[in-house]
Design a protein around this ligand. Structure first.
Ligand SMILES: Nc1ncnc2c1ncn2[C@@H]1O[C@H](COP(=O)(O)OP(=O)(O)OP(=O)(O)O)[C@@H](O)[C@H]1O
Ligand SMILES: O=C(O)C1=C[C@@H](O)[C@@H](O)[C@H](O)C1
Ligand SMILES: [Mg+2]
Length: 169
């Protein structure tokens, strides 16, 4: 059994993923952290030294590995569902949950921690909102291929569990 949390940067994948895993007594895995450990480099370093295309290939390789782990909640990278066969892999090997948080809320959360996220580094609040809106438009069709979509500014792990248990017993 595997649960994949997908959604934009700041949607709460890491925060909710940890809580969900602890409730299910599953392990928790953050795909970004897994990648950094595997390649001995931080994500900002990979973006800077090798470019985004190289990062996406590494991300795909990590997802393929993780898709064979048992009883795990995986917080994916924000862009992971939108590249290669990643969405197919997740839907084939587990339950995929899209955390659908609106851009205003995302921008306010990300303003506090954007230095660690290379795609949004250095943006003003207005630039950030605009950037998120444009990117969400492109990403939404991928995200919406998830088995479950949960939305709002205060998504709880219980809400996700209820959806999964209700539909799968
Ligand atoms: N339900 C929530 N309500 C309010 N704030 C939240 C909620 N979930 C997460 N946050 C806050 O939003 C920020 C981003 O959360 P988190 O790191 O879990 O997102 P993420 O989806 O893992 O982002 P990334 O894709 O960049 O890894 C954190 O500061 C976290 O405390
Ligand atoms: O939204 C994205 O494309 C990204 C999100 C982060 O989780 C990291 O995977 C990386 O910074 C790229
Ligand atoms: Mg995260």
């Amino acid at each position: 059994m595997r649960i994949y949390l997908i959604g934009y940067m700041g949607s709460g994948k890491t925060t909710l993923g940890r809580e969900l895993a602890s409730k299910l007594r599953f392990s928790f895995l953050d795909l970004d952290k897994y990648l950094e450990k595997k390649y001995f480099k931080t994500i900002p370093q990979i973006f800077e030294e090798e470019g985004e295309a190289a990062f996406r290939l590494k991300e795909q390789a990590c997802l393929h590995e993780v898709s064979e782990f048992e009883d795990v909640v995986v917080a994916t990278g924000g862009g992971a569902p939108c590249f290669f066969d990643n969405m197919d892999v997740m839907n084939r090997t587990g339950y995929c949950v899209f955390l659908d948080v609106d851009s205003e809320e995302l921008a306010s959360r990300l303003m506090e921690s954007k230095t660690e996220r290379p795609l949004i580094k250095g943006k003003s609040p207005d630039e950030l909102m605009d950037f998120i809106d444009k990117m969400m438009e492109k990403r939404r069709p991928y995200y919406e291929r998830a088995s479950y979509i949960v939305s709002g500014t205060n998504i709880t792990p219980e809400e996700i569990l209820v959806r999964i248990e209700f539909e799968h017993g």
